[in-house]
Design a protein around this ligand. Structure first.
Ligand SMILES: [Zn+2]
Ligand SMILES: [Zn+2]
Length: 299
C-alpha cells in the first residue's frame, strides 16, 4: 500500500534537522513590564515574545540548546524538550544566560550506571570567566563545598565548560564538531562584547550582533542556507543590535531560502511587519518575523 502524503512528510522531516524557536523577544521580553503600547497590550499571541533562544535537534537525534534565557524553564516545558545533550552560549548578557540553573533537571541521570549527566557547555573563554564569577555554586563548587560543608539539598547543575578557541581578529573559526555535529563558528561585535554565531548544516544563526563582517557575509552567501535566523531589534538604529533595514540588507545579500527575524523589541508588531515584508518580497514568505514556539526544518 502506498504511504499517505502525511506519512511521507513525517518521514522526510525525521531525516532533517529541526530548529524550535523557544523565544523571539529582546532582553525585556514582550510585553515589556509596565508598558501600555499597542504591541505590549496586543491579544495576538505572535506579539508575546519570551527571551531569544532556540533548540536544535539534528537528524541523528542530538539535542543542542542555544542559550539559557531567564525564561528557560517555561520554554522547554512549552516545547516539550525532554533532553539536552549540549549547550551553546552565544555571549554573557543576562537575557541569554541567567536561566542556566534550569539545566538542572537535564542533569538527572536516566541510566543506572551514573547518578548524573554532565552537560557540555560550548562558549567563549570570556563567557566561561563570567559564568564562574556569577554562578560560583555551579562553577566553583569545589571551593564552596567540602567535607565539613557538603553540598546538600536539591543539587546543582553539572556543567562542563568547553571554550571555543576564539580570536576576534579571526572572525571565522571551525570547530570540528559538537557530539558529531559540525559547526562553523563566527565572532561578531556586540557592544562591549562579542557574540558567537554559527552555521550548522544549512542553518545560519546570527543573534545579538552590531554587524556582520564582510568575510562572514561571503561565507554565508556561499553556504546556500535553507534558513537564516538573524538579529532584528527594531526599525530605529541601535548601538549593539541590527535594525530592520540592516537585517534586511544582509538577508537579501545572503539569500537563504527562508530568513527569520528574531530578538524583536516591542516596536515591531508581528502582523504589520509581516505585511510590510510581504509587500516588499512578494507572497513567497521568504523573509518573515519568527514567532515563539515555531518549528522549522533544514537539511
Ligand atoms: Zn539578547
Ligand atoms: Zn546581547
Amino acid at each position: 500500500m502506498l504511504l499517505l502524503p502525511l506519512q511521507i512528510k513525517t518521514q522526510i522531516k525525521k531525516m532533517q534537522n529541526k530548529i524550535t524557536i523557544l523565544g523571539t523577544g529582546t532582553s525585556t521580553g514582550v510585553p515589556t513590564i509596565g508598558c501600555n503600547c499597542q504591541v505590549c497590550t496586543s491579544k495576538d499571541k505572535r506579539n508575546h515574545r519570551l527571551r531569544t533562544s532556540v533548540h536544535l535537534e539534528s537528524s541523528d537525534g542530538i539535542s543542542i540548546l542555544v542559550d539559557t534565557s531567564p525564561d528557560l524553564r517555561y520554554q522547554v516545558l512549552r516545547s516539550s524538550i525532554k533532553k539536552v545533550d549540549a549547550v551553546i552560549l552565544t555571549h554573557e548578557h543576562a537575557d541569554h544566560l541567567h536561566g542556566i540553573d534550569d539545566l538542572r533537571p537535564f542533569c538527572f541521570a536516566k541510566t543506572p550506571k551514573s547518578s548524573i549527566n554532565v552537560i557540555p557547555i560550548y562558549t567563549t573563554k570570556k563567557v566561561s570567566e563570567e559564568l564562574t564569577i556569577r554562578f560560583p555554586y555551579i562553577f566553583q563548587a569545589n571551593k564552596i563545598f567540602d567535607l565539613n560543608h557538603p553540598q546538600i539539598g536539591g543539587g546543582i547543575p553539572h556543567l562542563n565548560l568547553i571554550n571555543i578557541d576564539t580570536d576576534t581578529d579571526q572572525p571565522e573559526l571551525l570547530l570540528d564538531e559538537i557530539l558529531g555535529e559540525k559547526f562553523t563558528f563566527f565572532i561578531s561585535p556586540h557592544g562591549y562584547t562579542h557574540t558567537i554565531s554559527f552555521i550548522h548544516s544549512k542553518l545560519g544563526y546570527f543573534v545579538d550582533i552590531a554587524c556582520i563582517e564582510e568575510k562572514t557575509l561571503e561565507t554565508l552567501k556561499n553556504a546556500n542556507l535553507d534558513i537564516l535566523i538573524i538579529d532584528c531589534l527594531r526599525e530605529k538604529k541601535h548601538q549593539t543590535h541590527l535594525n530592520l533595514d540592516t537585517a534586511l540588507s544582509y538577508a537579501e545579500y545572503i539569500n537563504a531560502k527562508f530568513t527569520g527575524l528574531i530578538h524583536l523589541a516591542h516596536n515591531l508588531e508581528h502582523q504589520s511587519l509581516t505585511d510590510l515584508l510581504m509587500s516588499r518580497y512578494g507572497c513567497d514568505k521568504k523573509i518573515l518575523p519568527l514567532e515563539d514556539g515555531q518549528i522549522l526544518y533544514y537539511s
